[in-house]
Every structure is written in structure tokens, then in C-alpha cells.
Design a protein around this ligand. Sequence first.
Ligand code: ADP
Length: 510
Amino acid sequence: MSEDLKVWFLSSEVAPFAKTGGLADVAGSLPKALKGLGVDVRVGLPFYRAVKEGQFSPRPFLSGLEVPLGEDILRGDVLALRTEEDIPVFFFEREELFDRPNLYGSSVEDYYDNLERFAFFSRAALLFAKTVEFRFDVVHCHDWQTGLVPAYLKTLYRGDPFFSAAGSLFTIHNIGYQGLFPPQKLPVTGIPTAEYHPEGLEYWGKVSLLKAGLVYSDAITTVSPNYSKEIQTPEFGLGMEGVLLKRSADLHGILNGADYGVWDPTADQHIPARYSPQSTVAKKKNKVALLTEMGLDPAFRDRPVLGMISRLSAQKGCDLVVEIAEDILGLKAGLVVLGAGEEKYQTLLSGLAQKHQGRIAVKIGFDERLAHLIMAGADVLLIPSLYEPCGLTQMYALRYGTIPVVRATGGLEDTIVAYDRKTRKGNGFKFGPYEAKAFLRAIRQAIGFFKDREAWTRLMTNGMKEDFSWGHSAKRYIEIYRSLVRSQEPEARSRKPGARIVFSILDSGS
Ligand code: ADP
């Protein structure tokens, strides 16, 4: 057990409170697994409108927390609740920053003050811990929104005895979101301008909060072993490969887990018919419900229906889906897409659905219930990502007996094994080059097996028996937390002297 470990777990989204993607799933489920292993884990996130309007009822916990932001001191409140698993969750409230329709921005652009919003959250989370004397061993931060936290510990609060024993872990969920802001805004964060240089949080003339997390944290993880290798190369590092190569000794790839408490066809309350590997016939009822709800031709009852549940972005392979959508119809398959994201893809996909009513159905928006219904009702789940740090939907699909067709990248490569007709092993279909032709070939292959009921049943059961639960990965996180506790001597935790070239861009305002 790990009763002695105290972890302050900070994320900009946490399921079920606020979610746009997999980060929320991880921040909702990893703490449960850690708690189950005896860790004292407490979770912090902003108090968004989504939380306020949800069914959660957090209670006021602390009012008037003073948080410096640029020249100002903002007062924030903290609300709290305990989850069913007895995990304390703290919500940081500042109405004008977080009481908005979305978490990060609209489908067209990010909120203009995201730096202020997440600097407030990051600093408030540390000041709150100090105010309530939560002497955490490790602060576990996720993605750029909390990248300032390790930077605060290594700069502003370096001499503060309250934080002297605190280690920091930064997890990269997606290196494509780098939290870039004009350098003139750095003073808002309170980070000394002397840190604005290429060995600090400067990234090609901008402040990068992701880079702050990478540079100042004591250790870094990312969400699959394969992605941890990929991001150290120019193709996938998206400009951060140099920083990561320098820190490769501190970088670990730990596969995300699936929360089978939420994603389990034997107990799923979102779907009309529950089923197990022993009774997959009931899956058909979910398919029929899906066809009806989405207005697909009832003839698809006996034909393959391909599903996609995704943020709509270039990263997720939306271009490929648009390119091959009409070819799929030629294969006598139906297509159901649930997604929200970039305007461009929302329009293209909606256009296809309009043109091919009854054969392509698209729902734009974020809909947890429908996500579960597609997972249960579709035959195949498409995940043609350009890159995929881990990917959770393929793990959920496997559990639901829905066969993943994926691009062989990142965590998809780690979790999906191509089906082999001879050995009858494997759980899905993969393609390599990011090309419509290759994607279509993999879909054709899958559809070919769909007609072979024996092979298809085998594929379904292979997938449904896989276990991607958190157990193993949570233990690896605990090992890393422990390694950070051990290296707590102030000397060991201070920044290694490196080239600290100070640029004066901040002063010149360029
Ligand atoms: P990412 O984190 O890159 O978005 P993941 O595969 O790791 O991708 O996680 C995606 C999560 O978000 C899954 O839980 C998936 O079901 C959910 N999701 C994505 N888009 C939607 C949507 N439009 N409606 C409901 N759930 C969605």
C-alpha cells in the first residue's frame, strides 16, 4: 500500500465533471486506481459552467483565496466534494474566467485569455495547498494548462519551505497543444522574465506553457510507450523533440488505462441492451437502436456499420474520413460519426450526411450517452489518427466487441494487434501510411471478415477479453511518485546549471 504518498492531481478537465476528450477520462479514472492502491490523492480543476450546471453539488470550501495575476490580486473561491471513492475534488472558482459555455474556446478560436485563466488555476492550486497545509509529496500536472505549476515550484516558490519537499510530475497527453502565448504576456504569470530563454519556457519567440511543464518538472510521462519514443523525433515532437531528448532519462511512457467502471457493456446504463462476451447477440439490439436514433436505413441491421467518436481535428484523421466516406457506401457499409471540433470538419461531415441520408449519419456535438450507444451499436470503430498519443476509444471499442480499424501510430500501435486469419489472434485492423487508399484497404479487410461470422465472432471475443484496466499503469505512476519523493533534497531538486541565455524580447515588446 502507499498510504504515505500524497499527490496533488491537477488537470484542466476531469470526468465526469468537465470533459472534451481523453484527458478527462484519465484524470477521472487514474486517481480512482491510485486511491485503490492507498495513495492520498486529491484532485483540482477549474469550476467551469459545465460543473456548475451539472448534477454534482460541490460545497463551498474556502473563500477569498488571493491569487496574484500580473499586477492584480484576484480573489478566488474553492468548492469541494468527495467522490464515491472518497477522493476529495477541489474546484477553483473565478466567475469571469471559468463561467463560460466551453472549456477552452469556441469551434473557431480559443478564448483570448487562456493564459490568464490557466495561470490563475495553476497558481491558485499551489496557494490553496499552502493555505490548507496540504503537504503533497508530488504535484501531478497534465498538459499545457498546468505547465506553469512545475515552473512556479522551481522559480517563484523555490525558496518557500512549504514547497521544499514537493516533487513535480508532468504528463504529456498531446504534444500538439503547446499553450503558446506572446512573450509580452509572461508577466501575467508572475514567472520571472529571466526564465524566458530557449532553456526555459521560450519556444521560438513565444511563451510555451507546455514547454514550461517539460523543462521545470522533476519527471515527465506520456501516455503510451510508443508515443514516448515518437515524440523524441522531429516527425512527432512538433518542435519539442529537442527538449525531450535532453530529458529522455526522465521521460517514461505509461499506457493509459480504461475505466471499465464507466465503459462496460455488461453494466452500461446508457445503452438499451447489455451484453457480455458470452451473450453478444444483445449487441444487435443496440445496433438497431443506433440505426433508428441516427436515421440510418434499417437494412444496415445486417450490414456493417462503421462508427467514429472523436474530436474533429486534423490530428484525428478527419481528412481521411471525409475523403473515403463515399467509398464506404460503395462497400455497402453505413457510417455514423459523433464529433465536435473544428468548424471545417463539422461542415464537411454534415454535408456528407445531408447528401447521403440514411447511409451516413453525423451528430455534431458532445454527447456522452450517444458515444456509449455508438460504442455498443456499431460493428467497427474508425480511428485513422495522424498521430495518437494513446487513444482510449479503441480500448473501449474492444470491450464492446466493436472492431477497431486504426492507423498504426502512438498508443494505437501499442494496443491494436492486426487480426491473423491463420492463428485467429489479433483484435483489429491497422494501416500504416496516412493515405486514403491505405485506410480504405484496412476497412475493406475488416468488412471482408464481417461476412465470415466465425472469424468476426472470434475477433469480437478476442477484443472483449483484453484487459486495459489501470492496475499495472497506476503502479508505474506510484513508482515514479516514489522516485520523486526520494530525490527531495533541495540540492537534487534545484535546477541544474545550464546555458541560461536571457533574451530581452520581453522588454523590447517584439
Ligand atoms: P483525445 O483525448 O485525443 O480526444 P481519446 O481517444 O484519448 O482522444 O479520448 C476521447 C474521449 O472523448 C473518449 O472518452 C470519447 O468517447 C470521448 N469523445 C470524443 N468526442 C466525443 C463527443 N463528440 N461526444 C462524446 N464523447 C466524445
